[in-house]
Design a protein around this ligand. Structure first.
Ligand code: MN
Length: 461
C-alpha cells in the first residue's frame, strides 16, 4: 500500500451549475486517509495516527478490504458537524477519556474518495470512475458513511446546505484525477463563512477583564516558507480558552519580534510558532489582512508550516470559471499552460454591447479590461475601461462564437496581440509599453472608481 497526502480544494467565491462537476457537503472535521489492509491505519494530514483518538473507526475492518480511503472525521452537534468537537476528541489519547468522549460525542468517518484498491492505485483514474469504485469497495456502517455527491446543480445544493446551517460545499470536476498533496482548481470549496488556519506568533496585552490573559492573538501565514503577518484575533474566546491559551503561550515565549507592523501594539509578546488557530473571517483585504476575524478553535492535526498564505489569496480564475458553462461555450477552460510572461491581446467582442477586451498577462493569468469604445490609437485620447474577471492565458488565442444564452454571447475575434514591457503595475495604476501589430507605444490605465471597477485608458505621447 502506498502512502498518500490528501488532495486539497481551492477557495471559490460562489456556487455554479455544471454537468461536468459534482457537489458535496463541505464536512467540517479532521481530514483523514484510511489504509485498510492487513493492518488498519487512519492518518491525519500531518501523518498522525488517529485510531487511538477515534477507536470507532476500527469498524472499517469489517466494511472494506485492501483499500485506501479518503474522507473526513466529523463529530455532530445539533445535527451539524462541529469542528471544535472533532478537534477536542482528536486531542484525547488516554483510553478512559477517549472511551468517555466517544460515548458522549461519537465520530463519523465520511468517505468521499478511494485512492487504491487491491494494490492498484486509482489516483490516475477520473473522479467519476473512483466514485463508482468507492461504492463497490466500501459498505456503510455505524460510524462510516459514503458521501453522496449530487451532479451538476451546485447552486441549489449550496443554498440547501447553507439553510441547514452547514459550512458550505465542495465542487469536484468529474474528469479530474487525484492530485495528492496539491491544492487544485479541480476541487473548489465554496464556504458561507470563510475560515483559514493561522499560526499564532504572539499576543497583545489585554485590558480590563483580560488584563491577566491577552488582548488578541497575532496571526501569521507562510509564504514560501517566510512568515507573513495577516492580522490579529481577539473575539470568539471563552473564559477557559483565554487562561489555557495564555498558559500555553507563556511556555513558548521568544525575545525577538516576528513582525513589525503599525497594527501590532507595543508590549506584545512573541512566541514560537507552534499553535494553529482556525479563524473565521469575512474577507481578506487586497494586502492580505483578515477582515472581521473570529477565533473558532485550535487544531493540532495540521503542522504550522503547512498554514500557507494561499489560503486567503483569492484564486484568480474563480470568477472566470463560475461564470461559464464549459459544456456549452467553446471558450477555453484553461488555467494550465505556462505563459511567456508579458503577452497581451485585444479581442473584439460583439456581445450585447460590442467592446474590445484588453488583456495583459500578469502572474499567470490575463488581467482584463473591457473597453467599450476601443483602445485609443492617438496620444492624448482617453477611454473608459471596465475591469473584468481575470482570464486564463489560453484565452489569448481564443476566437469563436459564444452561443446564445451563455455569458458574453456573441462573436470574439483577435484584434491585436503582441508583447508588452511593464513600466509600473500598482493596484490602481498600470503603465505599459505595448508592442503589437496595431498597438505600439506607451499606455496607462488609471483606476477611477474602485466599486464599479472603472478605469481610464490613455495613450501617452
Ligand atoms: Mn468581452
Amino acid at each position: 500500500m502506498n502512502a498518500y497526502s490528501p488532495m486539497m480544494a481551492l477557495p471559490a467565491e460562489r456556487p455554479f451549475d455544471d454537468p461536468g462537476w459534482v457537489f458535496e457537503v463541505k464536512w467540517d472535521g479532521i481530514r483523514a486517509i484510511a489504509y485498510v489492509g492487513e493492518t488498519l491505519s487512519v492518518r491525519s494530514r500531518g501523518d498522525k495516527e488517529l485510531l487511538g483518538s477515534f477507536p470507532e473507526l476500527e469498524e472499517l475492518r469489517q466494511l472494506a478490504s485492501d483499500a485506501v480511503l479518503d474522507g473526513e472525521i466529523i463529530v455532530l452537534r445539533d445535527g451539524r458537524p462541529n469542528f471544535r468537537a472533532a478537534a477536542q476528541r482528536n486531542q484525547l489519547t488516554n483510553p478512559a477519556e477517549v472511551e468517555e468522549a466517544r460515548a458522549r460525542s461519537p465520530a463519523t468517518f465520511v468517505v468521499f474518495d478511494i485512492l487504491e484498491k487491491d494494490g492498484v492505485s486509482l489516483i490516475d483514474s477520473t473522479l467519476k470512475t473512483r466514485l463508482q469504485e468507492l461504492r463497490k469497495a466500501l459498505r456503510q456502517g455505524r460510524y462510516v458513511v459514503v458521501s453522496a455527491p449530487v451532479e451538476e446543480h451546485g447552486v441549489d445544493y449550496y443554498e440547501a446546505a447553507v439553510k441547514r446551517g452547514l459550512e458550505g460545499v465542495v465542487a469536484k470536476r468529474l474528469s479530474s484525477t487525484y492530485q495528492p498533496g496539491s491544492r487544485s482548481s479541480d476541487w473548489l470549496k465554496i464556504k458561507r463563512v470563510k475560515s483559514c488556519d493561522c499560526v499564532v506568533f504572539g499576543y497583545t496585552p489585554g485590558e480590563g477583564a483580560r488584563a491577566d490573559t491577552f488582548g488578541a492573538l497575532l496571526l501569521g501565514l507562510y509564504d514560501e516558507g517566510r512568515p507573513v503577518y495577516v492580522g490579529r484575533v481577539g473575539t470568539g474566546f471563552t473564559d477557559p480558552d483565554l487562561k489555557d491559551v495564555r498558559a500555553t503561550l507563556d511556555g513558548l515565549k521568544v525575545g525577538d519580534p516576528w513582525f513589525s507592523d503599525p497594527d501590532i501594539p507595543p508590549g506584545s509578546t512573541w512566541v514560537r510558532p507552534r499553535l494553529v488557530a482556525v479563524v473565521g473571517y469575512q474577507e481578506a483585504t487586497r494586502d492580505l489582512r483578515l477582515r472581521g476575524p473570529r477565533f473558532m478553535g485550535f487544531r493540532d492535526d495540521k503542522p504550522p508550516e503547512l498554514c500557507s498564505l494561499s489560503q486567503i489569496r483569492p484564486l484568480r480564475l474563480d470568477e472566470y470559471y463560475a461564470k461559464r458553462d464549459f459544456a456549452a461555450t467553446p471558450e477555453p477552460a484553461g488555467g494550465h499552460t505556462p505563459g511567456a510572461g508579458n503577452s497581451f491581446v485585444v479581442q473584439e467582442h460583439h456581445s450585447r454591447r460590442a467592446h474590445w477586451d484588453l488583456r495583459l498577462e500578469k502572474d499567470g493569468v490575463l488581467a482584463s479590461w473591457a473597453v467599450p469604445k476601443g483602445v485609443p490609437l492617438e496620444p492624448g485620447e482617453r477611454r473608459l475601461a471596465v475591469r473584468t474577471e481575470d482570464h486564463p492565458l489560453e484565452y489569448g488565442g481564443f476566437e469563436g462564437v459564444i452561443p446564445r444564452g451563455q455569458y458574453g454571447a456573441g462573436n470574439v475575434e483577435i484584434w491585436d496581440r503582441g508583447f508588452y514591457v511593464p513600466v509600473r503595475w500598482l493596484d490602481d495604476k498600470v503603465e505599459v509599453v505595448l508592442a503589437g501589430g496595431r498597438l505600439k507605444g506607451r499606455y496607462e490605465l488609471v483606476r477611477t472608481d474602485r466599486d464599479r471597477g472603472e478605469w481610464l485608458l490613455f495613450k501617452k505621447p
